[in-house]
Design a protein around this ligand. Structure first.
Ligand SMILES: [Fe+2]
Length: 132
């Protein structure tokens, strides 16, 4: 089942970044589905690890693209990414401490963060990327 569907409204006008954002939504769908089906801790942890690794890779490549494009708010954007990573590490810690609601809270957080971040902050670099 698809919980989060890509919309053209999320496009930053760059195929590579758009496809990475689509992949992130794909991971989020995978996570939601597994949660919905009541999958066990091992499976949930594995999807989480996969999603986290992909997000780190994506942030790195997005930051590199912004740098190449001479995006003036790169530092601010990097800080937002770093804050996100910090939040993810917090969730991971809570999970390891046995917090049973972590999956639900994490999924909610990722959903609103992704959508708001893509439509807000990421859209701001769009004109710089597409001007190249
Ligand atoms: Fe971003």
């Amino acid at each position: 089942m698809i919980f989060f569907e890509w919309s053209e409204d999320y496009s930053v006008g760059d195929d590579e970044i758009d496809s990475q954002h689509k992949n992130l939504l794909g991971f989020l769908n995978k996570y939601y589905n597994a949660m919905n089906k009541g999958r066990g801790k091992n499976i949930m942890d594995a999807i989480f690890a996969e999603m986290k690794a992909y997000a780190l890779y994506h942030f790195q490549s997005e930051e590199q693209r912004m740098e190449e494009a001479g995006y003036p708010d790169l530092d601010k954007h990097k800080k937002i990414h770093a804050a996100f990573v910090g939040k993810i590490l917090e969730f991971e810690k809570k999970r390891d401490e046995g917090d049973l609601l972590v999956s639900v809270n994490l999924a909610k957080f990722l959903n609103s963060w992704l959508i708001e971040h893509i439509r807000g902050e990421d859209k701001k670099y769009s004109p710089y990327l597409t001007a190249k």
